[in-house]
Design a protein around this ligand. Structure first.
Ligand SMILES: NC(=O)c1ccc[n+]([C@@H]2O[C@H](COP(=O)([O-])OP(=O)(O)OC[C@H]3O[C@@H](n4cnc5c(N)ncnc54)[C@H](OP(=O)(O)O)[C@@H]3O)[C@@H](O)[C@H]2O)c1
Length: 332
């Protein structure tokens, strides 16, 4: 475990030289993304942040940006509106960023929630949570990789469930469209598993970029309520009676979560570049103390889930990659 003291010491070294100069936060309008934006801005460093979010969050996000500017006048936070559950919108937002920037140092992705209710699709025919947690996140990465390639210590952090991959996902139904296949117990592990296999492939193809798939632990953001609908009364009771009390009891504090994710975004512990790290180097998903994909848990430890990932690498990675390419191709 990386102690909170070590994390604080590392984060205290974030300055105009070590901070990501240009960062893109998708999901920074609430929860862990918002906490991490705040932690980054509070370092006092000179940063430019593209805060990407949907129209319905615009008003309250303007108030948040006002607060951020008061906290650190050197931080430039740019509201960037986009319906990020949609691939076409994701492409449009990326084109905007690409037209303004020649490099991106950090891409931080947190959109999504566990779908406790019935299947709901976006206008593009993709189940909403799979789109938020996987497809649009990967599309953001693919579009911004050339700009990440121009940074000195580029990082992509996707917050979902690194280390919790399953080898038993149904490779013949990656969209969970078969009757009865769409359940929260299938959807979440699928998004987690697809994220890790695809990020590992991208890490192999882009050795200068550091990829992190973060498992955030429980953070009391209200995320657990997002996936309930009016038809899922039993689930609503389960969330209210069981999950919420458990989360309240065991959740990591907001400030701690923000600091831990800021550490993941900036420390050389993962991949060797960034704020100098003198502890044990992070071990990547291939089991090596080198750059690549890191599966990082809520205590900032690297996990391997090695047996499962070895099976996925052999049997699932190619199929998931081909399927992803097929879905994303029209928007590349
Ligand atoms: N919190 C936890 O304990 C926990 C534990 C394990 C995994 N996770 C996963 O980690 C990720 C981040 O969690 P979090 O707690 O930070 O989540 P959160 O506070 O609920 O924030 C989720 C983000 O997703 C956006 N979003 C949700 N539905 C959307 C939609 N239909 N269209 C566009 N944007 C949408 C939200 O935008 P708005 O601000 O506009 O609503 C927000 O920016 C999530 O994928 C979550 O499932 C969380």
């Amino acid at each position: 475990m990386v102690s909170d003291k070590e994390i604080q010491a590392s984060n205290a070294l974030i300055n105009d030289v070590t901070a990501p100069r240009v960062a893109v936060f998708v999901g920074g309008t609430s929860g862990i993304g918002k906490l991490t934006v705040k932690a980054l801005v509070a370092t006092g460093a000179s940063v430019r942040i593209y805060l990407v979010g949907r129209k319905s969050s615009e008003e309250r996000t303007h108030a948040f940006i006002h607060e951020l500017h008061a906290l650190n006048p050197k931080a430039e936070v740019i509201w960037t509106q986009g319906e990020v559950s949609l691939l076409a919108e994701t492409k449009r937002v990326c084109e905007t960023i690409k037209s303004k920037e020649s490099r991106v140092d950090l891409l931080f992705l947190t959109t999504g929630y566990a779908p406790f209710g019935a299947r709901r699709e976006t206008a593009e025919g993709i189940e909403v949570t799979q789109s938020l947690e996987y497809y649009t996140r990967i599309l953001f990465i693919l579009h911004l990789l050339p700009l990440l390639g121009e940074a000195e210590a580029p990082k992509v952090v996707s917050v979902l469930g690194g280390g919790m991959e399953w080898s038993t996902i149904d490779l013949d139904d990656l969209d969970l469209k078969k009757p009865g296949n769409f359940t929260v117990l299938n959807a979440q592990p699928l998004a987690v598993t697809m994220t890790t296999t695809t990020l590992e492939k991208l890490a192999n193809n882009n050795p200068n970029v550091t990829f992190i798939h973060s498992l955030p632990g429980w953070v009391n953001t209200g995320n657990v309520n997002r996936g309930l609908d009016s038809d899922s009364k039993i689930m609503a009771w389960f969330v209210w009676l069981v999950l919420e009390p458990l989360i309240r009891l065991f959740a990591i504090g907001d400030e701690v979560s923000g600091q831990r994710h800021l550490f993941e975004c900036t420390s050389a512990a993962f991949g060797g570049r960034g704020v100098p790290w003198h502890g044990k180097p992070g071990i990547n998903s291939l089991g090596k103390p080198a750059n690549g994909l890191f599966l990082v848990n809520s205590k900032c430890d690297c996990t391997l889930n090695a047996k499962v990932i070895a099976v996925l690498r052999e049997k699932a990675q190619g199929k998931i990659w081909d399927h992803t390419q097929e879905v994303l191709r029209p928007y590349l």
